[in-house]
Design a protein around this ligand. Sequence first.
Ligand code: PMV
Length: 332
Amino acid sequence: MNKSDVIKMIVGRAVSEPAVAQVVAFAPTNIALCKYWGKRDVELNLPLTSSLSVSVPKHGATVQLSVNNSREDNVTLNGTALAADSVFVQRLVAFLNLFRGNDPQRFQITITMNIPVAAGLASSAAGFASIVLALNELYAWNLPKQQLSILARLGSGSAARSLWSGFVEWHAGVLPDGSDSYAEPLSETMPTLCMGIIPLSNAAKPIGSTEAMLRTAQTSTLFESWPKKVAHDLGLIRQAIQRQQFSLLAGIAESNALSMHATMLSSWPPICYALPETIAAMQRVWALRKTGQEIYFTQDAGPNLKLLFETGTKEAVAENFPTVNIIPLFHE
Ligand code: PMV
């Protein structure tokens, strides 16, 4: 089974006449509290384990999509027209080709992202999720979100979680065709929860997540314990959300991220997404915790840290991390 087979199964005959001339769709970026690292199927982006994230309100990708009369897709990112041979456009066109098969339709795609692209801030998650939402509207497929989550997963695994706000769990599933590997929102919120994004570098990652996951699975002896760690952490994070226990939630999220990076550090050749500034910020967080400040962090496939704290700790965070961008995750 390949990606096109999955799309045929879900959408049927892919592209037809657009139902409307132009659509606009937004998808938020999401940050995993219990990470997805490792695939049980590389072609279909099926994960080895389930994962759980929180979406970042108003931060993500807005895409404006229409059919154009040209022979190529035209892609504009944050106001700049991108070259057809850029990595970004090639990845996007390859994804769109899955849906149009031999159909000659080409698109005008205008993307606005208010998060750094490819720097471990889940820009691809928001990007692919917004494209899938836009296609669903353009062709009036009217698919349920669960199915859209599967389609977004084919673009980038973590995109499966970017179709909702709040806490979202992506079920690993067990079926080879991935029809049980989709995300679902949790009904609970945590009104005091805030995220602080510390922008340390906008540079693109030294190694993409797919290649890094494969190398980790193949060469890190620590990776054997990763699924066990995830099962343990997922249980506790769900419990912390149900009981509104912030410190448990954020402590497990930090430990989960550090364990994921430990599997990468023990790979060969080693993978290290941290910069000296990343480590310095981690040490500042740990020093602040020793003084009683409840501040935690998580880190993805990039050098930037995302702090986790509650509304009452906002001032301390702003004082200690002058460049931080503070975002309340559940209300203004
Ligand atoms: O969706 P991908 O292939 O970009 O992988 C994302 C991996 C992490 O961001 C590191 C973890 C996660 O669960 O989002």
